[in-house]
Write a protein of this length. Structure first.
Length: 124
């Protein structure tokens, strides 16, 4: 029987850790995905820092694949939002700052606009 070396011990430990992680991954992924994508956020309509922000599930939206069937508006102008794979949301205004909800995306956009109007984003 070969002598147990540090290299063989580390290789065995790495293989065991990989096998353990692979065994638990299939159970964790569906539970996580169901929590993030299983529900559509509810509607909201509020005044935030003097701007009217609204959000609602979108029916028949041309951007269904980006906004997960959800429409957000700032002062009546559509704010394009997108749901990330981890369930967080981003907008065209605050693209690099993911937030937990479309309402938070609308608020982040208002903060970023600093009083400037939201201009319509041309759809392609």
């Amino acid at each position: 029987m070969p002598e147990l070396t540090r290299r063989r011990a580390l290789t065995a430990a790495a293989a065991l850790a990989t096998a353990t992680a692979a065994a638990t991954l299939p159970a964790a992924v569906p539970a996580q995905a169901a929590g993030h994508h299983g529900t559509t956020p509810g509607s909201f309509d509020e005044i935030y820092k003097g701007r009217r922000i609204q959000g609602r599930p979108a029916v028949g939206s041309g951007h269904h694949h980006h906004g997960a069937g959800y429409a957000v508006f700032v002062d009546g102008v559509e704010l394009h939002v997108m749901r990330n794979a981890d369930g967080s949301w981003i907008s065209v205004v605050s693209h690099y700052a993911p937030v937990p909800t479309p309402r938070a995306a609308a608020r982040a956009a208002v903060d970023e606009l600093q009083g400037a109007p939201l201009l319509p984003f041309p759809a392609n």
